[in-house]
Ligand binder design. Structure first.
Ligand code: FE
Ligand code: FE
Ligand code: ZN
Length: 290
């Protein structure tokens, strides 16, 4: 089954209930959200009532709670332990995120592996492993999904070998997985047009079963640019046909596919993009929706 949705907002008042309503308005059967602003650490207390209402609304609209994905904030950097206080802050904040997810029955939490900021890839990877093992001591149900990165600056996780090393170091394999991001794969230099060979390569190095989520974004830049700038579905260098092939790839069936494409002016494009994907027909007027 096609499990398709987008990034949606999460506000302190309506919480998950607001996110579910937004997802339904786009015609989605899944969604991804930040438990608060992605760039800061202010977080509201999770309301039991709002969560129950949200779960009920999901059940009524054929949204399976197990397909919902949360994304942790960018400020968490598990790779950098130069400043011990900041490193511990990242670890503790991730522990809190995991707890919030589990209070909301969310199974998947996407995480950017981190940037080594000059410490070197090996040291960065060791820091990430150490941190994840600490976090998982207090994590009883959430699967942390390492996102494939574009390779901007000193980002770790822009190739499968680095991600494999992290997974190898994580003691509890039931708490770790991968989130593919098509824009990032392209920007890091993978040949996304030959997606089946890319999956073969992934399967050989990491194992395809680790893939639990796919971010389906087009890219503003060419393969290998290491830029990470998302473009609307079918409007970038990856293109409509290649992205459609990825969305409907048999080996990734039943894996949530999430749009993180840019807004068009003041408007979220997700309803229209989801329609395009369901119809497998490119909408050349998408950018005129404002
Ligand atoms: Fe991300
Ligand atoms: Fe992403
Ligand atoms: Zn990105």
């Amino acid at each position: 089954m096609l499990i398709l949705g987008s990034h949606v907002s999460f506000n302190s008042k309506e919480q998950l209930l607001g996110s579910v309503r937004e997802a339904i308005s786009y015609g989605s059967n899944t969604f991804m959200f930040y438990t608060g602003a992605p760039q800061n650490t202010f977080r509201s207390k999770i309301s039991f009532e709002k969560t129950s209402e949200a779960v009920k609304l999901m059940v009524d609209n054929n949204i399976e709670v197990k397909n919902i994905v949360a994304h942790s904030p960018y400020i968490i950097n598990l790779a950098n332990d130069k400043d011990e206080e900041k490193y511990n802050f990242s670890i503790n904040f991730l522990i809190e995120e995991v707890k919030r997810c589990s209070e909301m029955k969310i199974k998947y939490l996407v995480l950017h592996p981190g940037s080594h900021v000059g410490l070197g890839i090996d040291k960065g990877i060791n820091n990430i492993i150490k941190a994840l093992n600490i976090v998982n001591k207090q994590n009883d149900s959430v699967v942390i999904l390492l996102e494939t990165m574009a390779g901007k600056g000193t980002e770790i996780g822009s190739n499968f070998f680095e991600l494999k090393k992290i997974i190898d170091g994580v003691e509890d394999k039931s708490k770790i997985g991968i989130c593919l991001d098509t824009c990032h794969l392209n920007d890091s230099g993978y040949d996304i047009e030959n997606f089946d060979s890319l999956l073969d390569e992934f399967n050989q190095i990491i194992g395809i079963d680790y893939i639990r989520c796919v971010h389906i974004n087009d890219s503003k830049n060419i393969s290998g640019s290491k830029k990470d700038r998302h473009e609307n579905f079918g409007y970038g260098t990856i293109g409509f046909d290649t992205l459609i092939n990825i969305v409907y790839n048999k080996r990734l069936e039943n894996i949530p596919k999430i749009l993180e494409t840019p807004w068009i002016g003041e408007k979220a494009p997700y309803k229209e993009e989801i329609e395009m994907i369901k119809n497998k027909k490119f909408n050349e007027k998408l950018k005129e929706i404002v």
